[in-house]
Write a protein that binds this ligand. Sequence first.
Ligand SMILES: Nc1ncnc2c1ncn2[C@@H]1O[C@H](COP(=O)(O)OP(=O)(O)OP(=O)(O)O)[C@@H](O)[C@H]1O
Ligand SMILES: [Mg+2]
Length: 377
Amino acid sequence: MKSPFMYGKIASGETFTDRETEQRRLSHNFTSRLNTVLISPRRWGKSSLVAKTGFHLERKRKNIRFCYLDLFNVRSEQEFYDYFVQQILRTSSSHWEEQLESAKRLLKRIAPKFSFGVDPQQDFSVSFDWEEVKRKPEEILNLPEMIGRQKKIQIVVCIDEFQNISFFENPVAFQKKLRAQWQHHKLSTYCLYGSKRHLMTELFENKSMPFYKFGDVVFLDKISEEYWVTFIVKQFRKTRKSISEKIARRIAQQMENHPYFVQQLAHTAWTQTTKICTQKELQESLDTLLIQHAILFQREVDNLTNSQINFLKALCSGVEQFSSIKNLRQYDMGSSGNVNRIKESLVNKEIIDITEHKIDFLDPLFKTWFSTVYSKK
Ligand SMILES: Nc1ncnc2c1ncn2[C@@H]1O[C@H](COP(=O)(O)OP(=O)(O)OP(=O)(O)O)[C@@H](O)[C@H]1O
Ligand SMILES: [Mg+2]
């Protein structure tokens, strides 16, 4: 039987839960043509939320289309333009002949070159003379708006891992070009999202940056415990297995309501269970996950300095005032200046997340492993 839990892919259909308020907020933004900036740590559900909202809106309204780009592997401005055009054309029409026609008509000043595979429907791409694009990037950046006007559709351009543009050669100059064009768009709407909180907030909340006040900034939360309890109980029941609310709650609590890890632990518990999932099956599942990840976690710790490890020990023990004289001494963390450097490097290594209210491990499984291993030392 197929597991009713899913992790590592976009959550959709019955594996998607909650997020009603966020879906409403995004839908409202998209239909009001308000740009959106969505920020959360890794694997909290940004891509799933945008995909779900897009799926519903496309079904409800004929004149709205979603275009998805993921900048995960995009490393230069030039690559960005090629990819942007390709995805916008694909969104505008499912027929390659029509895409070709739009590209010829709308991009003629930058001399597009076309290439076709054996099956052009699957394998049709456009590339450009880079010198031409550098002179007239607006031709490309205005493509969603031009197509939208001609076809009387609204294209919502969703760009995942947007913070990656910070690694392009002249990031601020590039952002200026995007903003200069996109701010005039009346039809096209932009949803920009990413997981590196500090890079994303720098792009959108720093007054001196081009994307300052570009749109509604949404900080995505985890999914609340009550939703997880109902979801886990329901998914077990659907597959003729059972779990009590109490044990389901422990799954959510163990993984601190983190969407990816709650689904992963629930999946493992479901696999371990023949009929009823009790504390025994839950504990076995957690042990299985810890064993599976031990080598990876050990490697992660091998890359840390002693004072970084000491900082994590303090964090596990519930310390909040890292720079107090008592804690600096007890955990051997050097000076308070050193604590700031430790925090910065642990954030960059994506081990901890620092918000206004607190500092926490990003990965609740790593936290469990770390506190088990280091409480013995
Ligand atoms: N609404 C949801 N309901 C249930 N599970 C969810 C939901 N959203 C996310 N998840 C779980 O979290 C996992 C990660 O979701 P997703 O890929 O959407 O996150 P992300 O924030 O885009 O991650 P990344 O930063 O790695 O791109 C999913 O595979 C799924 O297991
Ligand atoms: Mg994602």
